[in-house]
Each structure stands twice: as structure tokens, then as C-alpha cells.
Design a protein around this ligand. Structure first.
Ligand code: SAH
Length: 244
């Protein structure tokens, strides 16, 4: 009986993998992976394991999700241990829920292996805690994929007036619109934010700025990158440890 493991690969640093993810990678008959999963993880697979790549090099997008669902399903019909490896955590903007539902509808057993999400670990590697006593009592993880000006936007921008930390994933191309939108709802122009690129890897780069100058400062920063907005960004002055 085959089983599909919807598996979080962590944010980039290969050691930020769970022991459970490591086990299923070594047991896999096939690994279906995309751009964000560190390719070094594939070297842990057993001899004869097949690899199926479902990402596109040139953009953020992978194959259409319905095609990926079908690729996973077809592999489950052929193999016993199917690992669907995804960057970070499979349920944090990872579409793991859709993949699980597709398999469930077709009678395929699956397990979820949570991963260390970039939303928390990438700021951590930049010396930025997403919460901090007296600075931020909560944090939100928000899609930056949607243009803030979209009329049908489901993002509750008005709720972002507090000092809670906001982490935008998939938002680099909308950085300008996101920073102006936050100004529009009343955040001051000197409000701290940062863009962190290729976090937790040796190519990590961190740009610290304000809502006013971050667009200028973060020009040309490579993906994947996330945006973090909040007073916690200032703690980096004391907590930056990565290059020390
Ligand atoms: N499931 C993933 C997120 C998928 S959305 C997770 O839990 O981490 C993809 C977005 O994640 C990217 O657009 C980027 O904003 C962010 N991201 C993933 N890995 C990253 C990294 N190493 N450094 C910076 N941002 C990263």
C-alpha cells in the first residue's frame, strides 16, 4: 500500500530538516520536489530513488497545481514511498492542503511532515525575533503575492495598524505597493522593515530600511526573499549572529 509524505524541507540550511523528513527521504522510492527545496537533500536518497522536478527555474511559479496533484497521484499508483518535498512547511503557503485533499479523494494515504517555515527561521538567521517582550506580542504571515490595490483583496490591511510583526512571503515584486499601502494605513515613514534574501544559506543577504527607503535599498535583491515589517527589526543591531 503506497503512502505519500507531504514533507517540509525547511528554509534552506540543510541541517534545518526534521529527523522524520530525513527518514522518509532515505526511504523514498520517488521524490517530487520543486525550486525551494535544497537540492542537496536529494543526495540523501537511496540508490534507485526517482526524482521528479515540478518547478520552473525562471519564476516563482511551479507547474499548475492541478498538474502537480496528478503527478503525485500517478506516482502513488506506481510506488510505495512517495515523498513530496516542499520548501519550508507544507501548509504555510505550500499548497500542501490541496495536495492532501486530492489524494484523500482518490483513496491514497498520506502523512504531513511539518517543516521549519521560512517565515520564522529566515528572520531568526537575520537576528530578528518575530515576537519580543514589550515590542511585538504577535506576528502575522501574509501573502505578498496579491497586489495591495486589488479591489477584491482579502488581506485585512486596516488590521495592520498595530505594532505586531508582519512577515510577507512571495512579496518582493510587490514591495513598492506593500510599503505604500502600509504608509497609507498610517504607519510612519521611518517604520522599520527588512528584506531577507536566500535566508539560512551561505548566500543570505539582509537589507534593513524603513517603509520610505526599503524599495530603493532592496533593488536587485535575489529571490527567494521575504519582507519583515515591525519594530522587532531593530533588535538585529544586538542579535545579528549569522556572520559573526
Ligand atoms: N512553505 C514555505 C513558503 C512558500 S511561499 C515556507 O514555509 O517557508 C515561498 C516564499 O517563501 C518565497 O517567495 C519567500 O518569500 C519565502 N522564502 C522561502 N525560502 C526563503 C529563504 N530561504 N529566504 C527568504 N525567503 C524565503
Amino acid at each position: 500500500m503506497s503512502r505519500v509524505y507531504l514533507t517540509g524541507a525547511g528554509p534552506g540550511d540543510i541541517e534545518l530538516l526534521t529527523m522524520k523528513a530525513h527518514r522518509v527521504i532515505t526511504e523514498a522510492d520517488v521524490i517530487i520536489y520543486d525550486r525551494l527545496a535544497n537540492p542537496q537533500l536529494l543526495e540523501m536518497a537511496k540508490d534507485g530513488c526517482e526524482f521528479v522536478y515540478v518547478g520552473k527555474e525562471d519564476g516563482r511559479h511551479t507547474l499548475p497545481q492541478d498538474e502537480i496533484n496528478e503527478v503525485i497521484y500517478q506516482n502513488a499508483l506506481k510506488h510505495n514511498v512517495v515523498v513530496r518535498l516542499k520548501g519550508g512547511d507544507p501548509f504555510v503557503f505550500g499548497r500542501g492542503g490541496e495536495e492532501g485533499a486530492y489524494l484523500q479523494e482518490r483513496g491514497i494515504k498520506f502523512e504531513i511532515i511539518p517543516g521549519i517555515t521560512s517565515a520564522v527561521s529566515v528572520p531568526a538567521y537575520a537576528g530578528i525575533p518575530v515576537t519580543h517582550r514589550g515590542v511585538a506580542v504577535s506576528f502575522r504571515v501574509v501573502t505578498g503575492h496579491e497586489s495591495p490595490n486589488k479591489e477584491t483583496s482579502q488581506i485585512p490591511w486596516e488590521n495592520f495598524k498595530t505594532d505586531d510583526t508582519i512577515v510577507f512571503l512571495m512579496g518582493l515584486h510587490n514591495l513598492k505597493k506593500i510599503s505604500s499601502k502600509l504608509r497609507e494605513i498610517g504607519k510612519p515613514k521611518e517604520y522599520p522593515c527588512a528584506v531577507i534574501s536566500r535566508g539560512t544559506t551561505k548566500d543570505q543577504s539582509v537589507v534593513v530600511g524603513t517603509l520610505e527607503d526599503i524599495v530603493q535599498k532592496a533593488k536587485g535583491v535575489p529571490t527567494p526573499a521575504l519582507i519583515i515589517v515591525g519594530k522587532v527589526v531593530q533588535l538585529r543591531e544586538q542579535l545579528d549572529w549569522f556572520n559573526t
